[in-house]
Design a protein around this ligand. Sequence first.
Ligand code: NAP
Length: 321
Amino acid sequence: MNKKVVVFSQIDSEVQAKLAEKYQLVVLNPKQGDINAQIRQAVVDADAMIGAGRLLNESNIATAEKLKIISSVSVGYDNYDVDYLNQKKIWLSNTPHVLTETTADLAFTLLMSAARKVPSLDHWTKQGEWQRTVNATQFGQEIFGKTLGIIGLGHIGAAIARRGFYGFNMNIVYHNRREKIEVAQQFNAQYKSLEALLKQADFVVVAVDLNSQSKALIGAQEFALMQKHAVFVNIARGSVVDEQALTEALQNRQIFAAGLDVYQKEPLQQSPLFELDNVVTLPHIGSATAETRKKMAELAFQNLVDALEQRTPRYLVNENF
Ligand code: NAP
């Protein structure tokens, strides 16, 4: 009998069709009732799961009897209880590298939009308010030649640094759990303590993965260290930042602006951030280009097929059983 694969979020339609050719597919749909109840039911006799953006842990996959792999269509894997998966001997795979450049592009989009007040000026223009030239309250911050502080000089952090260094002649400073000497050399990037980076940078971009050390890494104390003209960007994960402290820093004009792609609770439905004109809010679209989403889906497909054909998936996140 065909192996059973559970699709737990929307995935690329061509990849879904390829999966359907090989396996018995169960496609979950949150519009058809409680998604966790659907997962608990579907996973019982499933061999594999594929998707992104759902919390998977003991509460909804404990019923799995022969699950071999969860193939995540993402690079971040903070949605999954890795210890529990190790205990159950379920592989977890992800899709790194293919989304690095497009996510770095988005970080720069946010940086530039927030610095130059793009959304509010776009709105202003469309409202027909442009009767004479803009006034000083509508001026932005210069980007070229400024200091870019990157927290988390991993794959995406390095791609952001490259844009800043080569594209905008920026002085790069970075903070990471450990120094990244070789990567940093490419952009003449200086290693700093978190405190020193926050004090010095004109632009602060967060690009760490979410883990026990990076949770709530940036809070009220950290915003207090930043410069009044600083622009803060988060493309990592919402829980790296204390969102209330960020909101207050923006409300009090303690920093100039922020550009956000990620939030403590997603989807962001209601938020005091919506009342502010100095924050750009995007709906977690770091990797959301047609090309990249296709590559991620293909990679997740390959990870899944490998696991079901007794090969170790290329991008395994947890232990190899
Ligand atoms: P990566 O290569 O693993 O880079 C993460 C970097 O963060 C590593 O250099 C790591 O340091 C550093 N780090 C982790 N915790 C830290 C801490 N507490 N303090 C300082 N540095 C810390 O991952 P990546 O591919 O660049 O992706 C980074 C994250 O971006 C992903 O995990 C994901 O959550 C997020 N992301 C978001 C989107 C989006 O749509 N917005 C898209 C893609 C990715 P070490 O060298 O010590 O490990």
